[in-house]
Ligand binder design. Structure first.
Ligand SMILES: C[S@@+](CC[C@H](N)C(=O)[O-])C[C@H]1O[C@@H](n2cnc3c(N)ncnc32)[C@H](O)[C@@H]1O
Length: 220
């Protein structure tokens, strides 16, 4: 990952995607039935065991990348159990600080969140706080359905509830997410912010490049 020279998002959209509302409404009106990957089911069982052993309120750190934010959140919330999830084994395996983290109230899991979130909802394993930090922006208009608010799993993110915090260097992504939440009668705030303590490598990279960072918060 290059540092201090990261480019701002370039998109061919003029504003909120023209098909955002119909896409979100379609997903709100249809149950997402894609079969689970076996590795997602196996991973979820591991999480259930760890969660039962800790019996603390949960924080989901979805799209955690290398897991720095998971460790940071575990330190900031010693009374919670933090589950860092990412689909990339390569990223998760980079986390050299895992053993030296100095806290044990977290775990990292390789999983596809399209499965994990649905499994968690079915099992009523609900987060008190849910962080989605710097999700892949998919800025090309044709990729709307790859953004979390344009995906079939969006209603599940909402149904999991909790206090949601999403961060991005692309304001329009968060504005679209907030618009999608509005269709579920949820109110979200999107504001620029400057982190005192950077939580993730992408946040550090964008900050070092002088980019404005944005935060969405919502009580789901
Ligand atoms: C831009 S990176 C941000 C990583 C980290 N949050 C940070 O700020 O450094 C987005 C992450 O989302 C993960 N991701 C994308 N789609 C996913 C999915 N369906 N399930 C789990 N992780 C996913 C990617 O593997 C990647 O690590």
């Amino acid at each position: 990952m290059s540092f201090a020279n990261s480019h701002e998002i370039i998109t061919n959209q003029q504003g909120v995607h023209e098909h955002l509302i119909e896409t979100v409404e379609k997903h709100l009106n249809h149950t997402f039935r894609k079969p689970y990957h076996q590795h997602s089911i196996d991973g979820f069982k591991e999480v259930e065991i760890a969660v039962a052993a800790q019996s603390k309120p949960l924080i989901f750190d979805s799209c955690c990348g290398v897991g720095d934010s998971t460790v940071n959140l575990a330190k900031m919330h010693p009374d919670h159990f933090v589950i860092g999830m990412d689909k990339s084994a390569h990223r998760l395996n980079k986390n050299v600080s895992y053993e030296q983290a100095g806290v044990d109230n977290f775990m990292l899991l390789r999983t596809d969140l399209n499965d994990f979130w649905r499994l968690a909802l079915e099992a009523q394993m609900l987060p008190e706080k849910h962080f989605i930090l710097y999700p892949n922006p998919w800025p090309k208009s044709k990729h709307l359905q790859r953004r979390w608010h344009g995906s079939a799993v969006f209603p599940t993110i909402v149904a999991l509830g909790g206090e949601l915090e999403m961060r991005s260097n692309w304001r329009l992504y968060l504005h679209e997410f907030a618009t999608a939440l509005g269709l579920c009668n949820k109110v979200a705030n999107v504001t620029p912010f400057e982190p005192e303590l950077t939580l993730t490598p992408f946040e550090r990279k964008y900050q070092a490049s002088g980019q404005t960072l944005f935060k969405l918060t919502a009580q789901l």
